[in-house]
Design a protein around this ligand. Structure first.
Ligand code: 2P0
Length: 351
């Protein structure tokens, strides 16, 4: 986590472009692929974009580079992450007819790789910044398809509010994209993020974990059968302004996703004791009348869907749970956007 960005001066090649993107939390989860090579999800998903979890990414193409260079929160990334990102950058270069490599600096204003969806906001910000720096002008759908090839959940982070990811059926993934869900009657939502532990790097990447679940969990077929039903119920609740119905679908869907992962052999278990304590506390508060429904992702943290009027009280309650290190309160975030463009060869100010 960092609050400053060590962006450097442009040395020619392309303009330096900075983009900003918010992470998203799925209310109906993406867990499993129909095509791993093309990164096509096996089912759709539905998410809420969050304004408290922001990634800023700066990209500049430079003819002097012999490979893509990438820093995350000011430090060079692992070779594995650099190569994965560089492979994705090939898609941008191919599309733009560009041969130059890029200098990329990304900053997460929240703990990285600990189940707080940093790959979603990361690839969404990168997709916006890299395509603009490469001189491309893509439609929202094209951008979403491109971001999805970096990380499935990134396709959703391009948009604000409630977002629907379509699994599609085309073998080439041309109908596998995200778009904003129209017609929400649920204003003033909040998501609380109860952080468990200190934001340590998670044990299993979600990519490996979902593949392993699909290959070995006896509950994976049941999970896949559930998703379309939950998507339909969630969309109905959002359009009908029924927070309780949406919360019930979201909590049930998250538990079903984890049930399928826990039943994999060997098990994929993201929860820690404090995760279970928080889940129990949310149920208790709900029995006492609170508007609060929990969801968890590929990490130990607990996210709680609630409304603006309940958020502060609930956050104070959850902060008391042993093992909860802090509670962030997030509103609904906007879509990814370019925030600064630096002309070629001009020094880039720190945002
Ligand atoms: C989600 N997750 O819907 C689910 C719930 C994690 C748990 O999307 O392999 O990092 O890069 O497409 O997008 C995390 O998966 O996976 C994720 P890849 P990604 O938010």
């Amino acid at each position: 986590m960092s609050t400053t960005t060590p962006f450097i001066g442009s040395r020619g090649g392309s303009p330096g472009v900075t983009a900003r993107s918010c992470a998203n939390i799925a209310l109906v989860k993406y867990w499993g692929k129909r095509d791993a090579a093309r990164n096509l999800p096996a089912a759709g998903s539905l998410s809420l974009t969050l304004d408290a979890l922001v990634t800023e990414t700066w990209v500049e193409f430079d003819p002097g580079l012999v490979r893509d260079e990438l820093t995350l929160d000011g430090a060079a990334v692992s070779e594995e992450v650099r190569v994965k990102t560089s492979r994705w950058m090939e898609l941008v270069r191919a599309r733009a007819g560009l041969a130059q490599f890029a200098r990329i600096a990304s900053v997460n204003h929240f703990p990285t790789a600990s189940g707080l969806a940093s790959s979603a906001s990361g690839f969404a910000a990168l997709a916006v910044a890299a395509t603009r720096a490469a001189g491309l002008s893509l439609s929202a759908r094209e951008l979403s398809i491109l971001a999805r090839q970096g990380s499935g959940s990134a396709a959703r982070s391009l948009f604000g509010g409630f977002v629907r990811m379509h699994a599609g059926t085309a073998a080439d993934g041309s109908d596998c994209f995200a778009e904003p869900l129209a017609g929400s009657q649920l204003p003033d939502l909040r998501m609380l993020i109860a952080v468990v532990g200190a934001g340590a790097v998670k044990e299993h990447s979600s990519r490996d974990a979902m593949d392993h679940t699909a290959e070995t969990s006896p509950f994976y077929p049941a999970w896949l059968a559930l998703v379309p039903r939950d998507l339909e119920a969630a969309e109905r609740a959002i359009r009908g302004g029924d927070l309780r119905a949406l919360g019930e679908v979201a909590e049930g869907n998250a538990l079903a996703m984890h049930a399928s992962a826990i039943a994999a052999r060997p098990a994929i278990m993201y929860w820690q004791p404090a995760t279970l304590a928080l889940l129990a506390r949310v149920r208790e508060l709900r029995r006492a009348g609170a508007a609060a429904w929990a969801t968890t992702d590929a990490g130990p943290h607990v996210k709680v869907l609630t409304d603006a009027g309940s958020a502060a009280t609930l956050a104070a309650e959850l902060a008391q749970v042993p093992g909860c290190s802090r509670v962030l309160v997030s509103g609904v975030g906007q879509g990814a956007t370019v925030t600064a463009t630096t002309p070629q060869g001009e020094a880039k100010a720190t945002p």
